[in-house]
Structure formats: structure tokens, C-alpha cells
Design a protein around this ligand. Structure first.
Ligand code: SF4
Ligand code: SF3
Length: 538
């Protein structure tokens, strides 16, 4: 295997024996082959559009398939086998793209051994040139990010053919020998599409569940048994809350589900009690102590311990061998009665050590812009000197303590703008407010980075300056491929001088890094003191 798509990749260069995430060699092979087949579908489907014989559903299938290959989403060979079979069926039902076709359009697996053999020649390392590999990988990982967000929006009925067409265009491009400037242009176009898909998901979430309100979320536990829901999918939460409302159990959010508390549609459920635990990588300890069932709706899924594995359920694109999967019926409805029945037999959750501090969330664009006069006034009066965007992901390495230390060391006249699970590094520090404005403004999930962009654009307008002239610094923490997309989206909006950590991506070659530094002034993070001195330009 060779995988270098996430920040925790071995030695910062690539996982070759087994993933740090727990991904086995075999699953990596199935994922590589699935991506390869999606490239074949893309070539044929794009050609079929011109003949009016395309499959309009192929784009959503590709989004689902790529989402399944994202870090910490799915570890189940049976699910990948089913996706590979479906990919072949979709591709083979399309007309030929021409008299000669790339192998990805014609190759067919005859069984397990075939898939493993094929994976040796179609994965990341099949591109020999380091810089071409780097650009193709950057594009592929950005496309994976688009896929994840697109799938969420589509579940809520919001689709956009321009996005799925780009997914196919991007995938098909990786089979061609394109000049470097064309590849760079595609990476930038991926960033543009990132902004588009983030806006689409924002519209999907807010039209279904209302505009997030600034909300204080409890982290204490109740006396009744609980169900824990983790991941990013709000539709799953909605169905779970509705089905469990009279069952005598409570529902708690975990990880990236915390911002759900801010949506008006979920506030009506009094049994949505609070948030339990923190970011994804703590799940082994936290799920153990939760005592009740846990529903995974998306990443991040950490291979479970046997002690609590029997209480886990997955849905959507997530999967783990032996963990029951709850699928939607043809109308999109999911039956969570098994989870609710199990919860009733469980002990209530145990309070986690150090928990109890309320967490503020829901500082999305509408809620913050409702305070625009106050915020602009505080900047003009000098009460707020600088905003630091500290959005992104959390991860398990010790070096991520940097983000807690950085937040603690920030001067009292600064405000953190955050989104994603990176916030758990500093959202319970109690770093206070400035004139009633919380100093940690949590816009929501990683996809709600879109809100941060809207806020920055509104501030730029209010001050009559460009986005790079604002008193805003970017100190972004990344882990998986959605964060890659968010970064590309920021770059496509012209945001410069972003600090990225805790390590630069292993898939960025020296020449590509040089381009990013020259064009966008992208920097790796260093020490708290040095980065603080650079960012706090008073
Ligand atoms: Fe390694 Fe990350 Fe790939 Fe997992 S997702 S195999 S940890 S690079
Ligand atoms: Fe977190 Fe996985 Fe990236 Fe959605 S849950 S931000 S890491």
C-alpha cells in the first residue's frame, strides 16, 4: 500500500505497511481500485454528455465512492467490494468514449486477487514524476473533500450538476499527461468548486434546520441512558431525535456534531441533552465511558476496542467490519429502532473527567453578522485588535498541543474564529469575551469554514479594504482531505499568508511547495512565540 492523504501519514511521507489510522493494506488496495474505476466512469460519462447519453446519477455515485475513501470513513472490505461492483456496472452501461479508451474504462476485476494485483499499478505511486504526482494527489484529495460535502448536501436535496461535472473532469484529468500549468489550473478550479460546494451545504443545512444561533451547550450528563451521535450528518441526527423523543433516553452529540445544538430545528428536542467528549481521536476512552450506543454518521471512525464495539452502529458511507450498518430505505428514511432499544438496556453515561464547562457554538455567518455593528465598533475602538482563524482538524500527536498553547498565549484583545474539530484544543479554556463577543467564535463544523469566509468578506466590505488587508491572520490545522479542500478554497479566494500545521502535507513536493509559497505566501507553523510575533502585528 501507499497512502499519504492525511497529516498523520508515517514520517510525513506515506503509510506503506498499515495506516496510522488503522487502514489495512487490503482496504487501501480496494480504495485505490475504486478511485481508478471512478476515473473510468468519468471519462465515459463526460464523453456521453455530448451524445446526450450520459448517466446523470453517476456524479453522485462518484461523490459517495470518493467519500468512502476519505480518511477514517470506511474500513469494511465488503462495502468496498459492493462499491467496486457498482462502479463497474455504472461504467459498463455507458457508451464507449471513443475507439481507443484508457484502461480505467475497460479493466474489470474477476475476483479478489485481481483487485489486489491491479492496485499495485493504479495507486498514487503509479505516477512516477514527483511533481505530477503531487499535483494529481492535491487535486484528488480536494475532490475527496468536495465529495464529502456534496454527499451531505445531496442528502438534504441540494444538488448542483456543475459540481459533479467538475468531479468527473478532475478525475478524468489524472489519466492524461497534462502540462503543469493546466494541472495547477485544475487545482485552483477545485478550490473554486470548494467554495461552491461549501455554499451549497450551508444552504442545505440552513434551509432544512434554520439559521444557527449562538448557543451554550452543556457537557454534563443526565441520569437516563444515552445515545451518542458523531460525525457531520445533520439529517441522521434529525431522524434519530424524532424516533427517540418519547423513548426515555437522551441523545448527546460528539465531535463534529456539537454545532447541531445551534440549529433552531434541533432546539425543540429536550432530550438532545448536550455534548459528550471532544474530538475524534479521544473516542476510545470516551465511548468506553459513555455506556450507551454510538452512531457514526461520517468520519472520523477510529478502529474500535472490543469493550465497546458491540454498542457501535454506522450509517451513510461509514463502515467497519462487524459494526451493524443502518441503511436508508428508498425514501431516504432510516430506522434507528435497534439503537434506541439497545440504549434502554444500558447504563447512563459516566461523566468524563474535566468535563462540565459549557461550550459556545453557532457563531455562523448570520449570527455573527447580526452582531456586525458591535464587531466593527470593537475593531474601530481598538477593543479587538486582531482575528485569528484557527479552523480545521484535530489529531492525536503531541505537537498539536501547539494550538492550545497558541490560544492561551493570544493577547486579550484578539478573537479566534474557528470551525471543525480543531476547536476542541481551546474551546473549553474559558478565554472570555470582549464587550459581550465570545473570544472563541465557533462557526460550526469544518464545512462551516464557509461562514468564516462570509464573515471575512463582510468585514472587508465594512472597512472598505481587501480580504488580505483585514486584521485577520490564519493559523490552520489540517488532518484529512476535507481540510485540503478548505485550504484550496481559501487560496482560490485570494487569501494569502496562511500558516498551516502541524506538518505540511506529505503529498506536496518541494517544487509545488515553492509555488504555494511564492504565489500565496503559505507557511508551515513553527513555535508559538515565533508565530505569535509574526501574526500579532499591532
Ligand atoms: Fe496513512 Fe492517513 Fe492514509 Fe490512513 S489515511 S493510511 S494514516 S496516510
Ligand atoms: Fe474533524 Fe475528522 Fe477534520 Fe470535520 S472529524 S474536521 S478531522
Amino acid at each position: 500500500m501507499f497512502c499519504y492523504q492525511c497529516e498523520e501519514t508515517v514520517k510525513g511521507t506515506g503509510c506503506t505497511i498499515k495506516g496510522v489510522c488503522g487502514k489495512e493494506d487490503e482496504i487501501a488496495a480496494y480504495q485505490d481500485v475504486l478511485v481508478y474505476l471512478c476515473k473510468g466512469i468519468s471519462v465515459r460519462n463526460l464523453a456521453a454528455v455530448e451524445k446526450g447519453k450520459d448517466n446523470p446519477d453517476a456524479g453522485l455515485f462518484i461523490a459517495d465512492a470518493l467519500f468512502a475513501t476519505l480518511t477514517n470513513v470506511n474500513f469494511d472490505k465488503a462495502r468496498f467490494t459492493a462499491l467496486i461492483n457498482k462502479a463497474v456496472a455504472i461504467r459498463d452501461a455507458l457508451p464507449l468514449s471513443g475507439s481507443t479508451e484508457p484502461d480505467a474504462c475497460t479493466w474489470k476485476p474477476k475476483g479478489d486477487g485481481d483487485i489486489l494485483e491491479k492496485a499495485k499499478s493504479v495507486g498514487i505511486l503509479s505516477t512516477a514524476n514527483e511533481d505530477v504526482r503531487s499535483l494529481r494527489s492535491t487535486l484528488l484529495f480536494g475532490l475527496k473533500g468536495i465529495s464529502a460535502y456534496y454527499t451531505h448536501a445531496a442528502v438534504l436535496g441540494k444538488t448542483d450538476a456543475a459540481i459533479t461535472t467538475f468531479l468527473q473532469k478532475g478525475l478524468a484529468s489524472t489519466l492524461k499527461d497534462l502540462p503543469v500549468p493546466d494541472m495547477i489550473a485544475l487545482v485552483m478550479e477545485c478550490g473554486n468548486m470548494g467554495v461552491k460546494v461549501l455554499a451549497l451545504l450551508d444552504a442545505a443545512n440552513t434551509s432544512a434546520y434554520g439559521k444557527p444561533q449562538i448557543t451554550s451547550v452543556k457537557t454534563t450528563v443526565g441520569k437516563r441512558p444515552g445515545i451518542l451521535i458523531t460525525g457531520h450528518d445533520l439529517k441522521d441526527l434529525e431522524m434519530l431525535l424524532e424516533q427517540s423523543k418519547d423513548a426515555g433516553v437522551d441523545v448527546y452529540t460528539h465531535g463534529e456534531m456539537l454545532p447541531a445544538h445551534a440549529y433552531p430545528a434541533f432546539k425543540k428536542y429536550s432530550h438532545l441533552l448536550g455534548n459528550y467528549g471532544s474530538s475524534w481521536w479521544h473516542q476510545k476512552e470516551e465511548f468506553e465511558q459513555f455506556n450507551g450506543p454510538v452512531l457514526f454518521t461520517t468520519n472520523c471512525l477510529v478502529p474500535p476496542k472490543d469493550s465497546y464495539k458491540g454498542r457501535l452502529f454506522s450509517t451513510g458511507l461509514t463502515g467497519y467490519p462487524g459494526v451493524p450498518q443502518i441503511n436508508a430505505d428508498p425514501n431516504g428514511k432510516k430506522d434507528f429502532s435497534r439503537i434506541i432499544a439497545l440504549a434502554k438496556t444500558c447504563q447512563p453515561p459516566k461523566a468524563l473527567q474535566g468535563s462540565g464547562t459549557d461550550l459556545i457554538t453557532g457563531c455562523a455567518h448570520d449570527a455573527v453578522l447580526a452582531l456586525a455593528d458591535k464587531v466593527v465598533g470593537a475593531v474601530k475602538s481598538g477593543d479587538i485588535k486582531r482575528f485569528i482563524v484557527m479552523a480545521g482538524c484535530d489529531g492525536r500527536q503531541k505537537e498539536r498541543e501547539y494550538y492550545t498553547e497558541f490560544a492561551k498565549a493570544l493577547p486579550k484583545d484578539t478573537v479566534i474564529l474557528t470551525a471543525g474539530c480543531a476547536k476542541y484544543r481551546y474551546n473549553s479554556l474559558g478565554i472570555g469575551t470582549i464587550g459581550g463577543i465570545p473570544r472563541v467564535l465557533d462557526a460550526g463544523q469544518c464545512n462551516d469554514c464557509y461562514s468564516l469566509v462570509v464573515i471575512a468578506q463582510a468585514l472587508a466590505k465594512a472597512f472598505g479594504v481587501g480580504i488580505n488587508e483585514l486584521p485577520v491572520s490564519y493559523n490552520i490545522a489540517w488532518y484529512e482531505q476535507k481540510a485540503v479542500l478548505v485550504l484550496l478554497s481559501l487560496l482560490s479566494l485570494g487569501v494569502k499568508d496562511i500558516t498551516l500545521g502541524p506538518k505540511l502535507p506529505g503529498f506536496v513536493s518541494p517544487a509545488v511547495l515553492d509555488m504555494l509559497v511564492k504565489q500565496f505566501d503559505l507557511k508551515p507553523n513553527t513555535t508559538v512565540d515565533a508565530d505569535m510575533a509574526r501574526m500579532i502585528k499591532v
